[in-house]
Design a protein around this ligand. Structure first.
Ligand code: FMN
Length: 338
């Protein structure tokens, strides 16, 4: 049977050469604390492009300085960020790899100086700062920052935008009833809790008509929180808003014990894919080609996102091709060793 991992995947006008995606991973390495790309980022991301990854999604990149997880996060809140990002996307693309960026706001999980923002004034845990409950003006400002971030992402040459709505960061804090206790139109019902994401998607789409992914945390691992079945209607709404793919992760809205094992989040990707009839990405402890192939062949997800395995093996596509008995071309410089 033909393998699927090395089959192409198309969304809108974009075609990926394989289904292997580098999942966003914060590197906390903007050492100058100005959000700019530095030498490390070039080495780190371009190595995975040399390794033949189909799509690289750059780490959570902050749309406002206050929305950074740490002061060393990459940022896209200023036009000054475009030059470095453009250099990075150009290099990645020169190896045939497509580029994505995860636009993010850390909300109550921001560990930066000054005031931090969230839907409600509830800290993540006792060690973290108590956030300010966002006013309607704050809400509109952050949505505008996502839009400006998307415009800069376009100018920086990215092929895909992924909105970070997972892992207990700002958008996820609006979606979950555990962190959103608002009594206005942004809190209460699922539709109201979705409003912030809805308006963020609308704002991004005003300036971006390319492929759009949204990363969600499909389970809060809490009896009063969000469960995978709650994300089916939300994903239908995202589909109506022309989102192309849901990148299905889980957890981190509230402190909770997560029992993680190989492929533990794949059933969530599968439930959303079939429940909302939308493409999904599977992520989480996927480490071998056979495992990836099982997910794709059984139609449980459309793309395979890898994080830590790509830290260990930047040439994972080569490793995976060998495992599946497939031949993939190296960059021309590596012909003699591949
Ligand atoms: C060092 C590191 C940084 C991460 N940073 C991000 C991030 O910026 N955005 C995000 O959505 N997930 C982030 N994650 C989560 C990964 O994208 C991925 O979902 C998780 O590691 C599970 O996949 P894996 O088992 O292949 O590592 C990070 C994970 C690691 C290990």
């Amino acid at each position: 049977m033909d393998n699927k991992l090395f089959s192409t995947y198309s969304i809108k006008d974009l075609t990926l050469k394989n289904r292997i995606v580098m999942a966003p991973m914060c590197m906390y390495s903007s050492e100058n604390e100005d959000g700019k790309v530095e030498d490390f980022h070039m080495t780190h991301y371009v190595s995975r492009a040399v390794g033949q990854v189909g799509l690289i999604i750059q780490e959570a990149t902050a749309v406002t300085p206050q929305g950074r997880i740490s002061s060393k996060d990459l940022g896209i809140w200023s036009d000054d960020h475009i030059e470095g990002l453009f250099r990075l996307t150009s290099q990645i693309k020169s190896y045939g790899t497509k580029t994505g960026i995860q636009l993010a706001h850390a909300g109550r999980k921001a560990m930066v100086d000054g005031e931090i923002l969230a839907p409600s004034a509830i800290p993540f845990n006792e060690d973290m700062k108590t956030p300010k409950e966002m006013t309607l003006e704050d809400i509109h400002e952050v949505i505008e920052a996502f839009k400006q971030g998307a415009l800069r992402a376009k100018k920086s040459g990215f092929d895909v935008i992924e909105i970070h709505a997972a892992h207990g960061y700002l958008i996820n804090e609006f979606l979950s009833p555990l962190s959103n206790k608002r009594t206005d139109e942004y809190g209460g019902t699922a539709e109201n809790r979705y409003r912030f994401l809805r308006e963020t998607i609308e704002a991004v789409k005003e300036v971006w008509n390319g492929p759009l992914f949204v990363r969600v945390s499909a389970s809060d691992y809490h009896p009063d929180g969000m469960a995978p079945e709650d994300y089916v209607p939300l994903s239908q709404w995202m589909k109506e808003q022309d989102v192309d793919l849901i990148d299905v992760s889980s957890g981190a809205v509230v402190p909770a014990r997560i029992h993680a094992y190989p492929g533990y989040q794949v059933p969530f990707a599968e439930a959303i894919k079939h429940g909302a009839d939308i493409d999904t990405g599977a992520v989480g402890l996927i480490t071998t080609a056979i495992q990836a192939e099982e997910i794709l062949q059984n139609n449980r997800a459309d793309l395979i996102f890898l994080a830590r395995e790509l830290l260990r093996d930047p040439y994972f596509p080569r490793t995976a091709a060998k495992e599946l008995g497939v031949t993939i071309d190296p960059p021309k410089q590596y012909d003699r060793g591949w």
